[in-house]
Design a protein. Sequence first.
Length: 446
Amino acid sequence: MMPMEASMAAPSDGDWVHPSVSQDVLVVAAVTLVTFVTASALELNELLLQVTRPLELYQLDELPITVFALAAALAWFAWRRWRIAALELNRRLQTQITLAEREDEYRMLFMENLAGNAILDADGVIRQCNPAFASMLGCRPGELPVGRSLAQFFPDPAALGVYLRDALAGLRSDVPVLKLLGAGGRPAEAIARFVGHRPPGRPAQVLAYFAEITELQMVQRDLAHTLAENRLLTQRYVEAQEAERRHIAHELHDEVGQYLNAIKLDAVAIRDSASALPDAVDAAVRSIIAGTDHVYELARGLTQRLRPVALDTLGLSDALRHCVADWQRRNPAVACDLSLEGPMTNLGERTNITLYRLVQECLTNITRHAQARQVRIRLVQHHPAGEVLLSVRDDGVGGDPSAKTPGLGLPGLRERVESLGGSFEARSGASGFEVVACIPAAGSVA
């Protein structure tokens, strides 16, 4: 017995005979001519009149004209239906062409997309996907994981159930970092989005969009590792630089200072040993004394710049007060306010020297570029083991913090702070410039 589907199958294009308009016109003309010849030969109209004459009362003799009008009306009606059918057929053909074009565009966008796209059913089974999605899951070229459950590629299959439930409930699920296990255990990471879709008359679906970030994550990890190494090298460089400065400062203080004092004492002894010295000798002695005093002051200034003695002997707070007072003495036209809040203890050697150098460099920049009239320095530590916040603000001309400069001012300060695991920010307003640094108390590497 032939199945019902086979019996109801439409004929193929090869079996279909397309009608010709000229053939149809010939058939109509032939039928009309045969009817006329037959009616003429049999005198059907006379016979019809003889039959209908007794029924004149019922006007049946008008029946031929009525039948002719009916035939004309039916012909007009058929022509109208043919016009409408032709327009509808043309409209359907245009719609089919448009649908075919849209389907080609959809397939191109879906299949050729660099991001992974997939259509899942309510249970997470992959119904359709593109090659980028298959490649993300580690499938072989040309192989699509259609029919397989996406949960097979999840380290935690229960997580997929949560995403599917949220998507089917109308909630869009965005996953910033989704870890996947591809074929053969190949790990992959992607940004994912799950969106519910309910087509009319069909089961609910979940549209899944993936953008692989595996290589990006690896590059970011390498960059973070390199940045950590660079910061460690910077910290070691700063430590070596400060140690060398300390050594040079000690040499200047202990060696050069002592020899300068000895030279001065010898000159004073020569001056005081004789009651009367020749004018040339007395002038030379006084010149030696003045020169030693001048060189000693220079050495003392260099020692202070290389390594602040007050930082080692008195601590950070007194060292900053001494630094600000010395700067104020050289810049009397600028009002400088120093505010210290908190214990300033347990900061560590690296944090102390970094904060001191920050204040020292900021004051130097203000002297060179700011044209300020007022400077406010604020150093805060709310808790003995907490972080330290330093703010240096002036009311000068300001500037662009992101501008490239030939010096190492702001970039050097930023690198110093970030090498200790802190944060650095330079802000320029309508009037003035502000530097804000936040450093952990222990001064550890980020």
